[in-house]
Design a protein around this ligand. Structure first.
Ligand SMILES: C[S@@+](CC[C@H](N)C(=O)[O-])C[C@H]1O[C@@H](n2cnc3c(N)ncnc32)[C@H](O)[C@@H]1O
Length: 199
């Protein structure tokens, strides 16, 4: 059992059962009714929300415990999601398969992250949308959530580099209040991206 499995072991949902605010706001940019892959989706709150909006959703995470709860959450909300237990280190995306790829607080080591984001672009269909919210290095000053290791925290400049060739619809770093279960609570330094693969 890895540390995420342990965190997800209780019956309660660590980040709650409601979707991330930025995802809720920006999800309509993803082509309607399309296929969506949620990276590092944990207990499934975002995947279940997107399925409820009519998307065909696959939730991927390394934590089997988290994804089992994701399946239960989807059932409780009377929607269907598919789950895949997989490690994103070296993950190969099927070419041009997804209308949307979603990364909410999916904090990975920099050595994995850049490669993943560059590969991810090829996994999008032309016109497909990448949507990300993550903590930035400035979040280390706040005690309100997120990793304590700066190597896991991307900057906007890095993401812009890795998403070279994508049309950046939203690319911002800001401070906002994040309230998500017991895991995220309070004013937070975040980066937000919505990027479209050109047609
Ligand atoms: C902070 S949680 C976010 C969960 C979910 N996206 C949400 O917003 O509720 C980060 C998730 O990333 C997953 N994760 C971290 N490293 C991973 C890796 N190398 N491969 C797959 N999943 C990973 C963890 O298991 C965890 O569920």
């Amino acid at each position: 059992m890895n540390s995420w499995d342990e965190r997800y072991a209780p019956a309660t949902y660590f980040y709650g059962t409601e979707p991330n605010d930025f995802l809720r706001e920006q999800a309509p940019v993803i082509p309607s009714g399309g296929t969506v892959l949620c990276l590092g989706e944990g207990e499934g709150r975002n995947a279940a929300y997107l399925a409820g909006q009519g998307y065909d959703v696959v939730a991927l995470d390394q934590s089997a415990v988290g994804l089992e709860k994701a399946g239960r959450l989807a059932a409780a909300k009377a929607v269907h999601i598919q789950t895949i237990v997989a490690n994103l280190d070296g993950y190969r995306f099927d070419a041009a398969r997804w209308d949307g790829i979603v990364s909410i607080w999916c904090h990975l080591p920099s050595a994995i992250r850049s490669t993943l984001h560059r590969q991810m672009v090829m996994g999008l269909k032309p016109g497909g949308v990448f949507l990300l919210e993550a903590y930035t290095p400035r979040q280390l000053r706040n005690g309100t959530g997120g990793p304590k290791d700066v190597d896991l925290l991307p900057s906007l400049a890095e993401l812009r580099r890795d998403l070279h060739g994508m049309e950046i619809l939203v690319g911002t770093e800001l401070d906002r209040v994040v309230q998500e279960g017991t895991g995220h609570n309070g004013l937070s330094a975040v980066v937000q991206i919505v990027a479209r693969r050109p047609t």
